[in-house]
Design a protein around this ligand. Structure first.
Ligand code: PEP
Ligand code: MG
Length: 587
């Protein structure tokens, strides 16, 4: 039966594919194996299952001979149930199916089948049988634990299925079926694992439009919906699903007529993409001759290729924290960071690269071992520059690596989340110290421009003081909105109040741009507003001449720029920011 689930649109486009449900267990590895590894992967699960069976047999022998006090009768009955579940054909046959048909790795196949069987248990009328779901979970947990202790093959690079929809549908039942990922939640690090991956779209139950998970989804340029509440409960493994990333809707089990309509929309979007592609080499100049710089936001050095492909004039924001995620506490050392930054710099072929120093915390935990849920309010806690200043050795390592990369091309350094002059002074003195360390070592480094992000209202209000210390500023509207309006950007329950058009937000933004222009210092916007075509005219009218966004958004923004006349937009923009309801004037 066809039904729709609504959420928040985060990345545009239409995806049609089979649901891969990742309900709950994102802690196991998810990757695709090469076909020649199918047998050994099945053998790994079998070995895990057999080891758990042996363990239970041993336990049964131990409790035989014990008195009813030490080993109550229920314990032996429970072990019998576990043995029965372990020998259940549906469990092993299902796991074999996911491995051989979908090329899932063993852990992924096991958790997928566990999920499918759990749903069958949920639907059982008999209460006793329904409760056996917990036993099944325990059994699967034991197998997983056993497999964890056994050497796991190195995951091969993920691949993405090729071919259009027609071809994909014709390949139904093979490993080339397009897949869409449905999960309760995904951390930015999980998302990163899926970059350049197989998935044609994403839906998550939680998350706001500018949560970091949504930002990575957008950078992958595939349709995505977040905040879809109970999506992962309503969809079953392998259901056909349409993700409408423009409307923020997921349609499950579409009827042929709905499917045809969305296939048509998908083709239209392809044509539009082709049309925009022709603008790649067109200079971004407005009708009245203002030259506009369109930069790219990237997460990993290899994203430089997409930035060049989109015609970006440089990288305006390299979110360096993604190099630090999922490392289980082993942070990249100076050499590894230097090589990564250098790769981005060389990848941009002479164009400038703005590297932001590490911005972890809040909805960007480093990994499970350093998760900071213990703090009551992580978005207001030890995040970004506060985290760096609290760990000077780590910070100096990063600063040296960035300075060294600057010997290979034009590099700017951007500092996130500053609010206090004392933080500014401390940061600048550490940058000097990092230079001195490199001098002492005789290691080469290059010149850098140093900029600050304006993403806390306090920073926007004292922007003129900031300008005394920095070469340029970059406005992080994602956080500026979050902190101005006291709305958690990752919380879908308050997403309706996360309003870029709030007069307070727009006035802080307008004043920051005006202050920089008055002093002739470069200013850019690198939050999601910069890539949203609904705001291009307003930002141009406020005097912004530099935008940084995901490469996928760049050509649509360029199209707006080419149609704009900044001389005419300027008075209108002043009217907008003076209004109590700017959204109405923007509509
Ligand atoms: C911002 O806050 O707007 C920004 C660009 O930084 P991030 O989204 O990584 O917090
Ligand atoms: Mg930010």
């Amino acid at each position: 039966m066809t039904f729709a689930v609504h959420g928040l649109p985060v990345a545009r486009g239409i995806a049609i594919g089979r649901a891969v449900l990742m309900a709950g267990r994102v802690d196991v590895a998810h990757y695709f194996i090469p076909p020649e590894q199918v047998e050994s992967e099945i053998a790994r699960v079998r070995a895990g299952r057999d080891a758990v069976v042996d363990e239970i047999h041993r336990l049964q022998q131990t409790i035989t001979g014990m008195g009813p006090k030490e080993a109550p009768h229920e314990l032996s009955a429970l072990l019998d149930v576990h043995l029965m579940l372990l020998q259940d054909q549906d469990l092993i046959a299902g796991v074999k199916h996911w491995i051989s048909e979908r090329l899932y790795n063993a852990e992924w196949a096991l958790t997928t089948q566990l999920e499918a069987l759990s749903r069958q248990f949920d639907e059982m009328e008999d209460e006793y049988l329904r409760e056996r779901k917990a036993d099944l979970e325990q059994v699967a947990e034991r197998i997983l634990r056993y497999m964890k202790g056994v050497a796991t093959p190195v995951p091969p690079p993920a691949r993405r299925p090729a071919g259009g929809l027609q071809q994909d549908l014709a390949l139904e039942g093979t490993t080339d079926v397009p897949l869409v990922l449905i999960a309760h939640d995904l951390s930015p690090a999980d998302m990163l694992q899926f970059k350049q991956s197989v998935f044609a779209g994403f839906v998550t139950d939680v998350g706001g439009k500018t949560s970091h998970t949504a930002i990575v989804a957008r950078s992958m340029d595939i349709p995505a919906v977040v905040g879809a509440r109970s999506a992962s409960q309503l969809v079953r493994q392998d259901d056909w699903v349409i993700i409408d990333g423009d409307a923020g809707v997921m349609i499950v089990d579409p009827s042929p007529i709905i499917l045809a309509e969305y296939q048509f929309k998908q083709r239209q979007a392809e044509l539009e993409r082709g049309r925009l592609g022709r603008l790649r080499h067109t200079p971004a100049v407005t009708l009245d001759g203002e030259r506009i710089e369109l930069f790219a936001n990237i997460e990993l050095p290899d994203d430089a290729a997409a930035a060049l492909e989109a015609g970006a004039v440089g990288v305006g924001l390299f979110r360096s924290e993604f190099l630090f995620m999922g490392r289980q506490g082993h942070l990249p050392d100076e050499e590894e960071q230097y090589l990564a930054y250098r790769r981005a710099v060389e990848g941009m072929q002479g164009l400038p690269v703005t590297i932001r120093t590490i911005d972890v915390g809040a909805d960007k935990p480093l990994d499970d071992t350093r998760h900071d849920d213990a703090h009551l309010n992580p978005a207001l806690g030890l995040r970004a520059i506060r985290w760096s200043l609290a760990d000077p050795a780590m910070f100096l390592t990063q600063l040296r690596a960035i300075l060294r990369a600057a010997a290979h091309g034009k590099v700017n350094m951007l500092i996130p989340m500053l609010a206090h002059v004392s933080e500014i002074r401390h940061t600048l003195s550490l940058i000097d110290f990092a230079r001195a360390e490199l001098d002492n070592r005789g290691t080469a480094y290059g010149p850098i421009a140093i900029g600050a992000m304006i993403e806390i209202p306090a920073a926007a209000i004292m922007v003129r003081s900031f300008l005394n210390y920095f070469d340029f500023l970059s406005v992080g509207t994602n956080d500026l909105i979050q902190y101005t309006l006291a709305i958690d950007r990752a919380d879908e329950s308050v997403a309706h109040l996360y309003d870029p058009c709030h007069p307070a937000v727009l006035r802080l933004l307008a004043d920051t741009i005006a202050a920089c222009r008055a002093q002739g210092k470069p200013v850019s916007v690198c939050g999601e507003m910069a890539g949203d075509v609904d705001f291009t005219r307003l930002l141009l009218g406020l005097g912004l001449r530099s935008f940084s966004m995901h490469p996928a958004q760049l050509l649509a923004v360029k199209q707006e720029v080419l149609r704009a006349d900044t001389a005419r937009l300027a008075p209108w923009a002043q009217e907008v920011i003076a209004s109590d309801e700017p959204g109405k004037l923007l509509a």
